[in-house]
Design a protein around this ligand. Structure first.
Ligand SMILES: *[C@@H]1O[C@H](CO)[C@@H](O)[C@H](O)[C@H]1NC(C)=O
Ligand SMILES: *[C@@H]1O[C@H](CO)[C@@H](O)[C@H](O)[C@H]1NC(C)=O
Ligand SMILES: *[C@@H]1O[C@H](CO)[C@@H](O)[C@H](O)[C@H]1NC(C)=O
Ligand SMILES: *[C@@H]1O[C@H](CO)[C@@H](O)[C@H](O)[C@H]1NC(C)=O
Ligand SMILES: *[C@@H]1O[C@H](CO)[C@@H](O)[C@H](O)[C@H]1NC(C)=O
Length: 299
C-alpha cells in the first residue's frame, strides 16, 4: 500500500515537472500564441509549434541566443525575450524570423559587444524594438543602421554619448523612449541627427540638469512629449526654455511633472517662463508635482 502511494507521489511529481517545463499554446483565429515565460528555460525549447505567431520566452535563464535558434519558426511576428538574462546573441540568432515585426529584449545584460553588427539584418520587417534596461554604455549604432522600417525604439539613455548615424538611419521612427536615462545635458545640437525623422513621441525621464533653448528643434512633428521625473535635478522654471523652437507646433500633450529640486524646495514661474507654454499650441500640459508656489502674471 505504502509502495503504491510513493509510486503515485513520484508519478504526480514527474507529471507536474514536465508540465511546468512545457509551453502553452493557445490558438485564436490566425493567431497562435505560445507562452513559455517563467519556466526556467536555459535554451530556446525545440518543441514550439512551427505555426506560432507570438512567442513569449521572457523570465527565463537563456544567457546565450545561439545561431538559428528560431529557424523553424517562420510565422512568428512578435518575440518576447525580456528578463531572460541574455548577454550574448550570436550573429545569426534571428535567422529565419522573416515575419518578425516586434522584438522585446528589455531587461537583459546586453552591451555593445552582445550585438554583432549584422544581428538584425535578417529582420526586414522589424517595426518595434525594445532594448531598454540593458547594460549599454555606448549606443549600438551599427546594429541600428539597417533598421530602416523601425517605428518604435526603447533604449537606455546614456550620458555624454552622442547620437550618430545609427539613429540617423531610422527614417520611419515615430516613438523614442530612453529608459533608464542618465542624460544630464541637452544642448541645441544634441538631437541634430533626428532632423529628418518625423518623431511624434519622445520620452525623456532622465537626470537633466542643463538645457539650451532650441534643444528640441529637430522634433518639429512632435505630438506627445514626456520630460518628467528629473527628480532633484532641475526646476521646471528653468526647464521650460527647452520649448523654444517648438513655437506654433500643434502638440497634443506635454508631461512636465516631477521636475524640481529639493534645495530650495519652492519654485516660482515668471510670466515670461509661463508664456513658453502658451507659445506652443499644446492641448494638455501636466505641471503637477513641481513644487511651484507662484506663477507671476504678465503686467
Ligand atoms: C510544421 O511541422 C509539421 C509537423 O509537426 C510539418 O508537417 C510541417 O511541414 C511543418 N511546417 C513548416 C512550415 O515547417
Ligand atoms: C529584470 O530581470 C531580472 C533577472 O531576470 C529579474 O529578477 C527582475 O525582476 C527583472 N526586472 C524587471 C523590472 O522586469
Ligand atoms: C546594411 O545593409 C547594407 C546593404 O544591404 C550592407 O551593405 C551593410 O553592410 C549593412 N550594414 C550593417 C551595419 O550591417
Ligand atoms: C547653440 O547654443 C550656442 C550657445 O551655447 C549658441 O552660440 C549657438 O548660436 C546656438 N545655436 C543655435 C542653432 O541656436
Ligand atoms: C496647427 O493646427 C491648425 C488647425 O488645425 C492648423 O491651421 C495649423 O496649420 C497647424 N500648424 C502646424 C504648424 O501644423
Amino acid at each position: 500500500m505504502n509502495v503504491l502511494r510513493i509510486f503515485y507521489l513520484v508519478l504526480f511529481f514527474l507529471i507536474n515537472k514536465s508540465l511546468s517545463s512545457k509551453c502553452r499554446t493557445t490558438r485564436t483565429g490566425n493567431d497562435v500564441f505560445t507562452d513559455c515565460h517563467g519556466r526556467g528555460f536555459r535554451y530556446v525549447p525545440r518543441n514550439v509549434p512551427n505555426d506560432t505567431t507570438c512567442l513569449d520566452l521572457s523570465d527565463n535563464e537563456l544567457s546565450v541566443i545561439s545561431n538559428f535558434a528560431f529557424f523553424r519558426l517562420k510565422y512568428v511576428s512578435s518575440l518576447k525575450l525580456s528578463s531572460a538574462q541574455i548577454s550574448v546573441i550570436e550573429s545569426k540568432a534571428f535567422s529565419g524570423l522573416v515575419k518578425l515585426t516586434s522584438l522585446d529584449l528589455r531587461n537583459n545584460t546586453l552591451d555593445i559587444h552582445s550585438l554583432l553588427e549584422n544581428v538584425f539584418n535578417s529582420l526586414p520587417f522589424l517595426r518595434i524594438l525594445d532594448l531598454s534596461q540593458n547594460n549599454f554604455h555606448q549606443y549600438p549604432e551599427k546594429v541600428l543602421e539597417n533598421l530602416s522600417d523601425l517605428e518604435r525604439l526603447s533604449i537606455n539613455g546614456i550620458n555624454e554619448q552622442t547620437f550618430g548615424n545609427g539613429f540617423r538611419s531610422l527614417s520611419k521612427l515615430t516613438y523614442l523612449n530612453f529608459h533608464p536615462c542618465s542624460i544630464t545635458r541637452i544642448d541645441n545640437t544634441t538631437f541634430d541627427v533626428f532632423k529628418n525623422i518625423q518623431l511624434t513621441e519622445l520620452i525623456l525621464n532622465c537626470k537633466i540638469r542643463y538645457v539650451e533653448p532650441g534643444a528640441l528643434n529637430s522634433f518639429q512633428s512632435i505630438e506627445r512629449l514626456d520630460i518628467s521625473r528629473n527628480f532633484n535635478n532641475v526646476r521646471i522654471s528653468y526647464l521650460l526654455q527647452i520649448l523654444n523652437g517648438l513655437m506654433d507646433r500643434n502638440v497634443t500633450s506635454i508631461d512636465f511633472s516631477n521636475n524640481f529640486r529639493t534645495i530650495p524646495a519652492a519654485d516660482v514661474l515668471l510670466a515670461s517662463q509661463f508664456a513658453m507654454i502658451g507659445a506652443v499650441c499644446v492641448k494638455e500640459v501636466d505641471l503637477s508635482h513641481n513644487r511651484i508656489i507662484s506663477i507671476q502674471s504678465g503686467e
